[in-house]
Write a protein that binds this ligand. Structure first.
Ligand code: NDP
Ligand code: 8X3
Length: 256
């Protein structure tokens, strides 16, 4: 499917996979709405993707955990943007890796409020316009953590299992509406993900990616673009994307 001139919303565009998706879509000359809490980063990215050829780029400093703010954001979007052609549901995070009995409930709430409720809120805000128009595509960034669990992954894995279930359920809900639903589910991608998970401990975060080549955010963006460019009769429902050195959440082949 030709993407030039289409409207694409990317949540979590200030970093990592979301920023790479914004660049990948800009390369196809789509217009972009970029959403994240760190607006300054979005403004820098906006200048970059405009220079790449995006005809229109709008940035919104938005916390997807804030229900009223998400509703106000959607209501304030310029009219054509209330029914984007593609929504990349990417904003998300892990906090901590403690066993459940030692876990921090504040971390749990942040993951649940962002990965589960934030994703629901943004989808609920933009889907009615897509359904009314009879076309659109929701592409969610799930995770290998939505297919398996690993030590200390408890709540994060729970949120990503929710995302996997929601992707399947939305596929049923939206059947016959012309709106496609896809999930791209990566293994380890080197982004700010581990820095956030380990509360800013850069040494610990760096060790996660030592001794093997993890996925790069651009690899995931390419998979998202693949989903978005299938002809209208084709829908990628779920795509699992792993580094070649990773066989499961806990099996990673490290050199040295
Ligand atoms: P990054 O930390 O680099 O990016 C996360 C993005 O989410 C940032 O742009 C951040 O922006 C945004 N975000 C976080 N919380 C909120 C919020 N409350 N409101 C709005 N935006 C928010 O990590 P990744 O790029 O790796 O993560 C992107 C997605 O990919 C996540 O859903 C993650 O679970 C998933 N994933 C990551 C993998 C990995 O190994 N890296 C593997 C599998 C899936 P800001 O802080 O400015 O709000
Ligand atoms: C992020 C990848 O393996 O840390 O979703 O869960 S993992």
């Amino acid at each position: 499917m030709e993407l030039c001139g289409r409207r694409v919303v990317v949540t979590g565009a200030s970093s990592g996979i979301g920023a790479a998706c914004a660049r990948a879509f800009a390369h196809e000359r789509t217009s972009l709405v970029l959403v994240a809490r760190r607006r300054d980063r979005l403004e820098t990215l906006a200048r970059e993707v405009e220079a790449m050829g995006s005809p229109e780029v709008l940035v919104f400093g938005l916390d997807v955990r804030d229900r009223a703010a998400v509703e106000a954001w959607a209501a304030a979007l310029p009219e054509p943007w209330r029914a984007p052609d593609v929504l990349v549901n990417n904003a998300g995070l892990a906090r901590g890796i403690a066993p459940l009995h030692e876990g921090d409930p504040d971390d749990w709430e942040q993951m649940i409020d962002t990965n589960v409720k934030g994703l629901l809120r943004v989808s609920r805000a933009l889907l009615p316009g897509m359904v009314a128009r009879g076309s659109g595509h929701v592409i969610t960034i799930g995770s290998i953590a939505g297919h398996e669990v690993y030590p200390g992954g408890n709540v994060y894995c729970g949120t990503k299992h929710f995302v996997a279930a929601l992707n399947r359920a939305m596929g049923i809900d939206l059947l016959g509406t012309g709106v496609r639903v896809s999930s791209v589910d990566p293994g380890m991608v080197e982004t700010e993900f581990s820095l956030v998970r380990f509360h800013g401990d850069a040494d610990r975060a760096g060790k996660v990616y030592e001794g093997f080549e993890p996925l790069h955010p651009e690899d995931v963006a390419e998979a998202v673009l693949f989903c978005a460019t299938r002809p209208p009769h084709v829908n990628v429902r779920e795509m699992i994307l792993m580094p070649s050195a990773q066989a499961s959440a806990v099996h990673v082949h490290r050199e040295g």
